[in-house]
Design a protein. Structure first.
Length: 192
């Protein structure tokens, strides 16, 4: 005699799709608590959080520099060797400059953030206006407007906001991620 396998009802709730994660609920809770602690630490010292985010960008630039230089030598018979090599050197110089002058790097990153918000907001605003007959177009316009205004506020506050803005963004992000992971983990635990 064989054993019968019970197949989940495809019309039931989404719980079976979450089932494999349910046994891992504790990891989400621990991650949430860790991220909340890091977020609170970042809020308690915004300058350190700003410098940490700038150093993170610098490290990523150095890693990218090494990867691109290695890639350049792996394709040196191809016509793009010089492009990859120069790109890697540029990343490396930029990464080293981040460590040489983190305050200047924070200023540049803050200005780039302002420009990115302004461009993204303007594009989203344009898409929303062009989508006018479609339901929900107002939400796209509202989102684009908020993003555009945030970029303008960041740009108008530059360079004064350089030492605290990136740290504040990091602190807010860590806190929201922490709350999300904690709530998700607790929801997994209580899932029937």
């Amino acid at each position: 005699m064989g054993t019968a396998t019970v197949q989940p009802d495809p019309h039931s709730s989404a719980i079976p799709a979450v089932h494999p994660l349910r046994s891992r609920w504790g990891w989400f809770v621990v991650l949430g608590i860790l991220l909340l602690v890091l977020g609170l630490f970042a809020f308690s010292n915004i300058l350190v959080a700003t410098l940490a985010s700038v150093v993170y960008v610098g490290v990523m630039m150095l890693v990218a520099a090494v990867a691109e230089i290695l890639h350049a030598f792996s394709v040196r018979t191809w016509g793009g060797f010089l492009f990859w090599l120069l790109s890697g050197i540029l990343y490396g110089v930029a990464g080293l400059l981040v460590f040489y002058n983190p305050a200047l790097a924070a200023g540049i990153l803050t200005l780039v953030l302002a420009a990115a918000l302004i461009v993204a907001g303007a594009l989203r605003l344009g898409v929303g206006i062009r989508s006018r007959p479609i339901d929900g177009w107002g939400w796209v316009v509202a989102s684009g407007t908020v993003t555009l205004l945030a970029g303008i506020v960041v740009a108008l506050g530059w360079p004064v906001n350089t030492l605290w803005l990136l740290g504040m963004v990091l602190a807010i992000d860590l806190t929201f991620q922490g709350v999300m992971a904690l709530v998700f983990g607790l929801a997994l635990k209580s899932a029937v």
